[in-house]
Design a protein around this ligand. Structure first.
Ligand SMILES: C[S@@+](CC[C@H](N)C(=O)[O-])C[C@H]1O[C@@H](n2cnc3c(N)ncnc32)[C@H](O)[C@@H]1O
Length: 324
């Protein structure tokens, strides 16, 4: 990426604590509804956030689901007012859990967006491999990003977020293009199932915040749904991840955070990003594969030093060859 990490652009930045169209980076230490009052109509190109899930984390008061949805509706409605005609909103959510029963939050939040006239473009499945181990249901290993646009005339730049082709050497075998490569040399569309590690204890981006999203997840949205210099808002900023992704790609960023220690953490990480000192997981790094990387822990201790074949190798019922 040629425009990645331009030091001049970064050096000129200040972190403001109130919104102004002349600013470039704003961390508002307070309630997002108060921040939104200061943002003019149709001035933002992208709103991307992971709101509180109403599951009793230290930064939220667990509400009745209806009260939570009303609260979300007020914020969403203000975000839509501030969003440009060509703009996008990405709401990243998981499950609300009530006495062991789950309610996927996207299913109950979706009508709020459609009632405001927004159009859904993708419901992206963000798959990751770490999390709570459930004993009475299958462990949750994905969350979703609902992507809505305000109109049909929206910005969507696919080329900066293309990923490597599975078969880059594949050619047309017949027709006028026979013998030519059949795939786009810039890579393929990443699709709507994104496998990106979540920020748990071993992740390079982990802070004391209990639920950060990874910078690379937001970089993909910033690059595809905005242009340089556009405004990106995160109403529930947490540790500043959205602003880091925006700054990295020469966009302006604004966010609100009510908890002072997280607002300070966001400022600290943003300053590190501006100085080129923030360590993050790169967008183009493949998912860690313990088998390919020869990790010795992949063999269970009770399997070591035995010649006993694995279940799948042993039984013809489960296939002819060893399954990996
Ligand atoms: C799920 S976390 C977001 C984490 C963020 N995506 C990150 O990567 O660090 C939600 C955050 O919203 C903050 N918050 C909750 N209610 C808020 C409000 N009304 N206005 C602003 N921030 C709020 C919480 O303190 C919490 O840090």
């Amino acid at each position: 990426m040629t425009h990645y990490n331009k030091p001049l652009f970064k050096r000129n930045r200040q972190i403001a604590d109130a919104f102004a169209l002349s600013a470039s980076t704003v961390v508002y230490p307070g309630d997002c509804l108060d921040l939104l009052k200061s943002i003019p109509d149709e001035s933002l190109q992208l709103v991307v956030t992971s709101p509180p899930y109403n599951i009793g984390k230290e930064y939220e008061k667990k509400l009745h689901l209806d009260a939570y949805l009303q609260q979300q509706a007020r914020v969403i409605s203000e975000c839509v007012r501030s969003l440009s005609h060509k703009g996008s909103i990405c709401w990243q959510v998981g499950n609300y859990v009530d006495r062991g029963a789950i309610i996927p939050l996207d299913t109950v939040l979706c009508p709020i967006f459609s009632d405001l006239g927004l159009r859904m473009r993708n419901r992206i499945i963000w798959h990751f491999e770490h999390g709570l181990h459930c004993s009475r249901r299958f462990s949750g290993r994905y969350e979703t990003i609902m992507w809505f646009t305000k109109s049909d005339d929206y910005i969507f730049n696919l080329d900066p977020v293309r990923i490597p082709q599975k078969y880059p050497g594949k050619k047309y075998f017949k027709g006028p293009k026979a013998g030519q490569y059949s795939c786009n040399p810039l890579g393929k569309n990443p699709g709507d199932l994104w496998m990106i590690p979540n920020v748990k204890s071993n992740h390079v981006e982990k802070t004391e915040h209990p639920c950060q999203f990874p910078v690379e997840l937001i970089e993909r949205l910033v690059l595809s749904l905005t242009e340089e210099d556009d405004w990106v808002l995160d109403p529930f900023l947490g540790t500043g991840t959205t602003l880091i992704a925006a700054i990295r790609h020469q966009r302006r960023g604004v966010g609100a955070e009510t908890v002072p220690k997280y607002a300070e953490l966001a400022r600290k990480r943003i300053r590190q990003e501006m100085e080129g000192a923030l360590r993050t997981r790169p967008m183009d790094r493949p998912i860690y594969d313990p088998v390919e990387s020869g990790n010795s822990l992949i063999i269970a201790p009770w399997k070591k030093n035995t010649d006993q074949p694995m279940l799948f190798e042993r039984s013809p019922k489960y296939g002819r060859k060893a399954a990996r």
